[in-house]
Design a protein around this ligand. Structure first.
Ligand code: UDX
Length: 438
């Protein structure tokens, strides 16, 4: 199949590279000429494990190319995927659809033959209808079908997620779109990936419902963690105890400093706006958003408490700044609220992140960025693990104790146990652990 991918952000680039790896002919388009020039030189705009090699392999094989020329890219294709950004609209939390609609108009002008236009960007229910209306308005004679194919990729595991999806959701309104998308995803038949066909509106709702449910699951266990701390229970055992129930499942039950990233915060807000417009209050999702926002800042207070209530003039070393490991993405990372809360209390912040430093510098002020975990810890009054990068999982805790000014370890991801930290001479605070173990 011949495919054009509009937008070389996270979703577009990963999807385009993976489609080409299946053997499809893919042209990725972006308005940003510098980005396209860099991609042509093999330089990735984001950090994602395995992406660079995948792009290189498929560019080398003549299946993947990059251009700023949308008209050239869509000429003669079977499908055009719209994978441009849908950020939160400034001020009201609605998804900003201006890039999606601009792309739809441009595609309409450029199409030369019959094609399926597929929205991959995360878009509120009804956007597919509007994309179709815009295309028909711009090019009344164009033979187009408009479909919805939301993505469920996790940053840091995006390529594996794309190639081994739990399911592929496709919303179509006609048989042609169904046939084309079936052909595009045929290579995944081998992996027995379920291909779920539904209507366009339903597909759009599935995407938001999935993210809202996952955000709810995380927030649920985070509140349980708070309860565990007060009543002398251990949240990790609670997660295991409930997660082994097949109806609940063990995933997304890891208590932590609150969810962040490019999807959950933005998509939950956008879903609430859709619900408000439809006059159907989603009270559970409303609570999830509030609880998660409050939690991120509360993590700063947790650190202050672990340092006996006073951090003025003291140095706090943070390990991990990105919203999760294996990405350089700082969007809505809990680290941002934690740094702010600690600075408001007068603390000095040092930090180390394996991949996120450049992005972190754009959003964090007055932070002393270090080159490795031990330099960050050296002479600090507390060490705080914010993101569970693998390289933090086997720190030499005795060495950490020796170089810290005060032996305080706050582990917001529960990657250590209180026992092993105590044995190394550290005062340990985790998430959702009984107070006596601290
Ligand atoms: C998410 C969805 O998983 C993906 O399907 C969707 O397409 C985009 O949004 P992503 O944002 O990359 O993917 O990260 P994810 O691994 O889902 O984690 C999101 C946040 O939740 C992170 O801040 C993470 O630390 C947090 N989290 C996740 C927890 O705190 N506990 C968990 O058990 C799982």
């Amino acid at each position: 199949m011949r495919i054009a991918m509009i937008g070389t952000g996270y979703v577009g680039l990963v999807s385009g590279a993976c489609f080409s790896d299946f053997g499809h002919q893919v042209v990725c388009v972006d308005k940003d000429a510098d980005k396209i020039a860099a991609l042509r030189d093999g330089v990735m705009p984001i950090y994602e494990p395995g992406l660079e090699g995948l792009v290189e392999h498929n560019v080398g094989g003549g299946r993947l190319s990059f251009t700023t020329d949308l008209a050239e890219a869509v000429d003669g294709v079977d499908a055009v995927f719209i994978a441009v950004g849908t950020p939160s609209r400034r001020g009201d939390g609605h998804a900003d659809l201006s890039y999606v609609y601009a792309a739809a108009r441009e595609i309409a002008t450029a199409l030369t033959g019959p094609a399926v236009v597929v929205t991959k960007s995360t878009v509120p229910v009804g956007t597919g209808d509007e994309v179709e209306r815009l295309i028909r308005e711009t090019a009344p004679d164009a033979e187009v079908s408009v479909a919805s194919n939301p993505e469920f990729l996790r940053e840091g595991a995006a390529i594996a997620d794309f190639k081994h999806p739990d399911r592929i959701v496709v919303g179509v309104e006609d048989d042609h779109a169904r046939d084309v998308l079936e052909a595009i995803y045929r290579p995944l038949n081998l992996n027995k990936a379920p291909l779920l066909f539904t209507t366009r509106r339903t597909a759009e709702v599935i995407k938001y419902a999935a993210n809202a449910f996952l955000a709810t699951k995380i927030t649920f266990i985070n509140e349980m963690a708070d309860l565990c701390e007060e009543v002398g229970a251990d949240v990790q055992s609670v997660s295991r105890g409930i997660g082994l129930d097949n109806r609940i499942g063990p995933k997304f039950l890891h208590a932590g400093p609150g969810y962040g990233g490019s999807c959950f915060p933005k998509d939950t807000l956008a879903l609430l706006k859709t619900a408000e417009d439809a006059q159907v209050p989603l009270r559970i999702v409303e609570s999830v958003v509030k609880v998660n926002d409050a939690r991120k800042r509360a993590m700063g207070r947790k650190v202050v408490k672990a340092m006996n209530g006073d951090v003025r003039g003291k140095t706090v070393a943070l390990l991990g700044l990105t919203f999760k490991p294996n990405t350089d993405d700082m969007r809505d990372s809990p680290a941002i609220s934690i740094v702010q809360a600690l600075q408001d209390e007068g603390a000095k912040i040092r930090a180390y992140d394996p991949e996120g430093t450049e992005q972190a510098k754009l959003v964090l002020e007055n932070v002393d960025f270090c080159d490795d975990p031990y330099t960050a810890a050296d002479g600090a009054d507390a060490l705080v693990i914010v993101t569970e990068w693998d390289q933090f999982r086997a720190l030499d805790l005795k060495r950490v104790t020796d170089i810290l000014n005060q032996p305080v370890l706050v582990d917001l991801r529960n990657i250590y146990s209180a026992d092993e930290a105590n044995q190394a001479g550290l005062r340990y605070t985790g998430i959702g652990q009984p107070k006596k173990a601290v």
